[in-house]
Write a protein that binds this ligand. Sequence first.
Ligand code: MG
Length: 159
Amino acid sequence: MRIGYGYDVHRLKEGRLLVLGGVEIPFAKGLAGHSDADVLLHAICDALLGACALGDIGQHFPDTDQHYAGADSRGLLEKVVRLVQEEGYAIVNMDATVVADNPKLAPHISQMRQNIAEDLQVDITQVSVKATTSEGMGFEGKQEGMSARAVVLLTSVQL
Ligand code: MG
């Protein structure tokens, strides 16, 4: 068994789409970044890479590489899942929390879980996505940005 942890932050900016867990969420601002800046999927990628001691998302998909400009982070997650499989592991479960004071994420959680379960090639019962606010404190509270944290558990499989 291997455990992995991932953390990511992106700045909120006007004129950007807000994409979380592969879901486009209507909002006045979106997350800024080289890719689609899906902070939740990035935290999950880092948790998976961490569990395999394979470095971090920045090493695998450098933001200096034009190939990843505006990239759909679901494609990045699929590539990371392939690496996990190549290492001989299967995903037991994934649990994540997004910290954002606005907009309300509750209506979108179910679709995020479906997308992530598809990308991780697991059942939706193995995928947990939670949302919390930071009660007006810090960068999430001031709506300057959003953060996400994720943990994953992997088990060895016979290759
Ligand atoms: Mg990121």
